[in-house]
Design a protein around this ligand. Structure first.
Ligand code: NCD
Length: 286
């Protein structure tokens, strides 16, 4: 992870580096995406590689009933690396066992989103000067939010203290609680954001993942419970930064956007550098 972050730092200083002309990267997105797909495509282009792929299922043979296995076999025949997003937990790992080339997980269901984590870590290191000993407050959909799951595992290497703030229905799954317990990482759980920010260094807001709810009524019940307004940013630390993987719905009021703590748009820009770093890291192993 730190190697990728260091590569990203170099790419931020000098972004047009056509190191991989002649290489083909397939970006195959079985689920909607704006930032992840476009920043991967930008990263690939800035590195001189060419991009093939699809951003929705409509134009693919999946609509004819082709299996994931066959689709991955075909795509890996055509490309040097695959970037893949899929609604099923574990889909990217499965694809990596079938493909003859590296597969980058660009989000698998409610499970993981590791390259988002790399850009989150890059943003944390950049704004805090270090990844160590930080107080991290994660808010919103901690159950289905794959960015939360990946980030807490990655940050566990850097002596964090976690606060988890969600309604009871969207609490952090037990497997992640067990993970933290097994590593003696301190955490507390809360149902209200108010009062939880005083010693926070990183406030990680997330969207309620509507697409993962089986019951639309349950989504309606919880969709507006957790939201940050500018009036809540009192008595906070001067180094506090607010991160959000985006897209935002209602969880951060737009009156927060001009505050110095708001870092989510810069965070998204960091995605290009860290994805250039990720591609480079993997190309170096081919
Ligand atoms: C996130 C995702 O897809 O998990 N978006 C992203 O990649 N920036 C978060 C979300 O969709 O809420």
């Amino acid at each position: 992870m730190l190697q990728v972050l260091d590569l990203a730092l170099e790419y931020e200083a000098d972004t047009n580096r056509p190191l991989y002309t002649g290489k083909i990267i397939a970006c195959i997105f079985f689920e909607p995406s704006t930032r992840t797909r476009l920043s991967f495509e930008t990263a690939a282009n800035r590195l001189g590689a060419r991009v093939i792929g699809f951003s929705s299922l409509d134009a693919t043979s999946v609509t004819k009933g082709e299996s994931l296995k066959d689709t991955i076999k075909m795509v890996s025949n055509y490309s040097d690396m695959i970037v893949m997003r899929h609604p099923l937990d574990g889909a990217a790992r499965y694809a990596s066992e079938i493909a003859g080339c590296p597969v980058i997980n660009a989000g698998d269901g409610a499970n993981q989103h590791p390259t988002q984590t790399l850009l989150d870590m890059y943003s944390i290191r950049k704004t805090q000067g270090s990844l160590e000993n930080l107080s991290i407050t994660m808010v919103g959909d901690l159950k289905y939010g794959r960015t939360v799951h990946s980030l807490l595992q990655a940050m566990s290497h850097f002596k964090p203290r976690f606060r988890f703030v969600s309604c009871p229905e969207l609490a952090i799954p037990q497997e992640y609680i067990d993970f933290l317990d097994s590593r003696n990482i301190p955490y507390t759980q809360h149902h209200e954001l108010e009062g939880q920010m005083d010693d926070t260094d990183i406030l990680y807001m997330t969207r309620i993942q509507q697409e993962r709810f089986q019951d639309p009524m349950e989504y309606e019940r919880v969709k507006n419970l957790m939201s940050l307004d500018v009036s809540m940013l009192k008595n906070t630390k001067s180094n506090l930064r607010i991160l959000h993987p985006l897209p935002r719905v209602n969880e951060i009021s737009t009156n927060v956007d001009d505050r110095p703590e708001a870092y989510y748009f810069e965070q998204a820009r960091n995605g290009v550098y860290t994805r250039m770093g990720t591609i480079t890291y993997l190309m170096n192993q081919l």
